[in-house]
Every structure is written in C-alpha cells, then in structure tokens.
Design a protein around this ligand. Structure first.
Ligand SMILES: [Cu+2]
Length: 131
C-alpha cells in the first residue's frame, strides 16, 4: 500500500476504526483520549480518594459519559454525577460517595464525544489499609 493510499484509508469513518480495533477503545485523532487520571493506573493508595478525576484531550459530552467504580468482590462503590471541565484544562470529576474498604479497585470510564462515539477504558488501582 502506498503512503497516499494509506492516508485515504486513515481518513475513512472512525466507525471503521472502532470496529477494527474493538469497540472504539482505540482513539483516532478525532476522538478524545484520556491523558491522565487520579487515581492513576496501578496506583497504590493508603487513603481512599474523595473523588475520581479525569483529564481528557478534549471536552467530553457529560450526558453520554459515565464512571463506574468497583472494588473487592466486584462491589460497586457509589459515585456522584460527573461534572467539571469549566476550563479546557480542568478535569472531569466524580465524587466518591460510597465507603471504600482496602482492596483492589477498577474504574471503568466511558467518555462520550460530540460525534456520538464513546471512548472507554479501565483504570485499576489498589487501596491498602493504613498502618
Ligand atoms: Cu467518532
């Protein structure tokens, strides 16, 4: 495949890319990406986070976005509504309203974008008992 042919292929619908890479997990240039988070992947914390924070490469659509925090045994920990993004650099935030026991946690996030496609991912972290 020549370079120009590849470029044409790369410009085809992101639906094709979502299908090719498995459900839109891989973001194209036109889709938002998670730049960083708090907690971040593979963190080991000794204090339960009061909120979950996500910095995306572009403003996401909060009504079609979601966050799910699950802990030991898959139990879901209650979180508040997503908010934030007051400025371009401000994170998307969800307060942690449920109790967190020590153990392994997973944040499953979905970020909706203006074109209607969702980008998603998971962030695993551990909460250790404070000594
Ligand atoms: Cu798209």
């Amino acid at each position: 495949m020549t370079h120009s042919a590849f470029r044409v292929a790369a410009l085809t619908s992101c639906i094709v890319f979502a299908a090719a890479f498995g459900g839109g997990v891989t973001a194209t240039a036109r889709h938002t990406e998670l730049k960083k988070s708090s907690p971040k992947a593979n963190d080991t914390l000794t204090v339960a986070p009061k909120e979950l924070q996500f910095w995306f490469s572009q403003k996401i659509e909060l009504p079609t976005s979601s966050v799910r925090l699950s802990g030991p045994g898959g139990a879901v920990v209650a979180t508040g509504a997503l908010h934030g993004q007051a400025t371009a650099d401000a994170p998307v935030v969800a307060a942690v309203t449920g109790a967190m026991a020590p153990g392994a946690y997973t944040i499953a996030w979905v970020a909706g974008s203006k074109d209607g496609h969702a980008v998603k991912g998971t962030i695993a972290f551990v909460l250790k008992a404070a000594h």
